[in-house]
Design a binder for this molecule. Structure first.
Ligand code: ATP
Length: 414
């Protein structure tokens, strides 16, 4: 026990006048505080470390608390991310790209989390759908953020509504600015189908969606001299390219105000086929001269060439794949029939029909010549069959689709 300890013990509870006993304090090695009250003794630095430093303790506690909050936040974030990954796994969704938002779980989230018009959500619910399909669940939040997207999901997985809902939301309502959204589809029939769906989903929003039935009339209706009272165009690329060809007064149709460009069945449109879709697409992209054009490409299969193009041309692209890449829908039963030769195909087909079949039946062939040939063969087999190909008029094509939809025709050739 040193002198200070002894002094402390002896003077416990007593206050000293430090000014009066200044010399004694000095002798004892005690320090005077500014207030004049007995203070801590001057202790060498080495000893100070052992002194209980309450200020440091507080800071340590604060930083510990801060660290804990940070850790808690990180843990929460990790948990959320794991939950999102789990949900994507459950839905068979794979995503690539930075900061991809979580998939939506319910239609109502579109209203609560993404400020989508109630009417639009009511329109999709009124079709009897209860939950978003996987491609819708992931494409909606992405497109609502105006991200470029490349999505592949099986046939019949609801891709049309996957791009239509964000598009209709983005357009908001009618404006007299001409076309602000363009949807490209490889065939006129598909374009009409998308247009029908668009009208159904957009009911009550006032957005004017049109499709080109006749190019000459369309030039007058949608040209620069028109009222510009239209917002969305659904068309095949070749019709649109025709409408973009310059004449003496400039192009008959302007895409200068386009904000959205959607390519449906993008893998087919990107094929290096005889119809040169790529060149047509390039012409259309060039005509969309607006300051910001969000692009969305949807298809049933995943094509590497399409992804390469998107990565090269679209900033901050998000890629979404539903199911295993390039596998058929699990809802479709498939059967592989070996036919041996070209002629064998017809025999095999006849055998299938002879055994009995349940209409409607759709047969896809490679070329219009093949469609014509097969049509000529089947028409004599007492089968109600018709064909759609590029040599048929729009009226004929529409009639075939109508008869097929109404069940008046058993077999349709494409
Ligand atoms: N959320 C949903 N729940 C149930 N059915 C839906 C939903 N959304 C769309 N559908 C329906 O699924 C069917 C197929 O949709 P859609 O034609 O959009 O598929 P798709 O993926 O575009 O197919 P394809 O690759 O053949 O063009 C339609 O009848 C559509 O009304």
């Amino acid at each position: 026990m040193n002198s200070y300890d002894i002094f402390k013990k002896l003077t416990k509870g007593i206050k000293f006048d430090q000014r009066r006993f200044k010399d004694d304090f000095k002798k004892l090695g005690l320090q005077q505080s500014a207030s004049g009250a007995l203070d801590k003794p001057v202790v060498p630095l080495a000893e100070q470390e052992h002194e209980p430093n309450t200020e440091g303790k507080e800071e340590k506690a604060k930083s510990k608390k801060k660290k804990k909050t940070l850790n808690d936040k990180q843990k929460q974030l990790k948990l959320q991310q794991e939950q999102i990954r789990h949900r994507r796994r459950q839905l068979g969704i794979q995503v690539w790209g930075a900061d991809v938002p979580p998939p939506v779980e319910k239609f109502s989230e579109l209203v609560t989390d993404h400020e989508v018009n109630n009417k639009l959500v009511a329109n999709i619910e009124s079709q009897g759908h209860t939950l978003p399909t996987p491609v819708q669940a992931q494409a909606w939040p992405l497109m609502l953020q105006r991200r470029h997207i490349l999505a592949s999901a099986p046939t019949g997985s609801g891709k049309t509504a996957a791009f239509l809902i964000p598009l209709l939301h983005g357009l908001g309502g009618p404006k007299k600015k001409g076309f602000r959204a363009v949807i490209l589809s490889p065939t006129r029939e598909l374009a009409s189908q998308i247009h029908r769906e668009c009208v159904r989903l957009g009911e009550g929003l006032g957005i004017r969606a049109v499709t080109i039935a006749n190019v000459t009339k369309a030039k007058q209706k949608y040209g620069p001299q028109s009222s510009q009272k239209f917002d969305l165009l659904v068309t095949t690329p070749n019709r649109l390219v025709y409408m973009l060809q310059e004449n003496a007064d400039g192009p008959p149709l302007s895409l200068a105000n386009v904000e959205w460009l959607v390519v449906d069945e993008s893998d087919r449109l990107f094929e290096d086929g005889q119809r040169g879709f790529r060149d047509q697409l390039a012409t259309i992209y060039r005509a969309c001269t607006g300051p910001s054009v969000t692009q969305a490409l949807f298809s049933a299969t995943f094509a590497q060439s399409v992804q390469d193009w998107c990565r090269l041309n679209l900033h901050n692209l998000a890629t979404v794949t539903v199911g295993l890449r390039n596998t058929a829908s699990e809802d479709v039963k498939q059967h592989l029939q070996f036919c041996g030769s070209e002629e064998g195909k017809l025999h095999a087909l006849r055998e299938i029909f002879r055994k009995g079949y349940e209409p409607p039946v759709l047969i896809f062939v490679q070329t219009k010549e093949r469609a014509k040939e097969l049509f000529r063969e089947l028409i004599y087999d007492n089968i109600t069959v018709d064909a759609i190909h590029a040599d048929r008029t729009q009226k004929q094509r529409d009639n075939v689709v109508a008869a097929f939809r109404e069940g008046k025709m058993g077999v349709d050739l494409h």
